[in-house]
Design a protein around this ligand. Structure first.
Ligand code: SF4
Ligand code: SF4
Length: 222
């Protein structure tokens, strides 16, 4: 839905709605105003992990619904996300803009149980869902550390400036022959990562965060 508003507003809202809760409520506001009549999701080849230029997965699925919220809830469940963990689905459901509760959704066509993709790679930014639920204090601090941040791979950077244009806070700049990111100004919206065509922005964690994150992932697989 973010694509239906002008690009100038998109940049402004990225800087204005810094918390995931606020940002997702804003997306739901847009949805409430411009509610689609029919939504079709092309999941023949789905992007997974870090997205378009980087990782894709063949799912062979096309899904459609007049209720976009229900469609998101179903798609989320297929790749292992609970509707309550996807804030836009949760808020839109709570606001009565669609059905986010899987038990109330009629699924026709394929058998739902056959569609689950157990090895779907979620983006590293997904740790934010856990951050939203975490209380303040040490848990919040640890989650903050394992949350990824954009870094510049200098040897790939052509200094094209696309990331600078896309950055809503002025954190991305060109310094000398490369892009640079001011960590203090960065709100981790990942727009720079999304627009870079040269794979020059990657998502990394500080050392402590990386070690903790790897331990948590290993424990989850056990
Ligand atoms: S968009 Fe990518 S290649 Fe262009 S300046 Fe930014 S980091 Fe460098
Ligand atoms: S540097 Fe990248 S992630 Fe940080 S605020 Fe700018 S566009 Fe967003």
């Amino acid at each position: 839905m973010y694509g239906v508003i002008p690009s100038g507003l998109r940049r402004r809202f990225h800087g204005q709605y810094l918390k995931s809760d606020d940002f997702c409520q804003m997306l739901v506001d847009i949805y409430a105003l411009v509610k689609p009549q029919l939504t079709i999701i092309d999941g023949i080849t789905a992007m997974e992990g870090e997205g378009p230029a980087r990782e894709n997965k063949d799912l062979g699925l096309v899904l459609a619904s007049r209720d976009t919220v229900a469609l998101d809830a179903v798609c989320g469940e297929i790749i292992g996300l609970k509707p309550a963990d996807v804030l836009t689905t949760r808020y839109a459901g709570e606001r009565g803009l669609g059905i986010g509760d899987l038990s109330r959704i009629d699924i026709v066509g394929e058998k739902f149980e056959d569609l689950a993709v157990n090895d779907f790679k979620l983006p590293v930014t997904f740790t934010r869902a856990a951050m939203n639920r975490a209380p303040h204090g040490p848990v919040k601090y640890i989650l903050e550390q394992i949350s990824p941040r954009p870094r510049v791979k200098k040897k790939n950077c052509t200094a094209c400036g696309k990331c600078v244009k896309a950055c809503p806070t002025g954190a991305a700049t060109i310094v000398g022959e490369n892009a640079a990111i001011d960590a203090k100004r960065c709100i981790r919206c990942m727009c720079c990562h999304e627009v870079c065509r040269f794979n020059a922005i990657y998502l990394g964690r500080p050392f402590f965060g990386k070690v903790t994150y790897d331990m948590l992932r290993a424990a989850r697989r056990m």
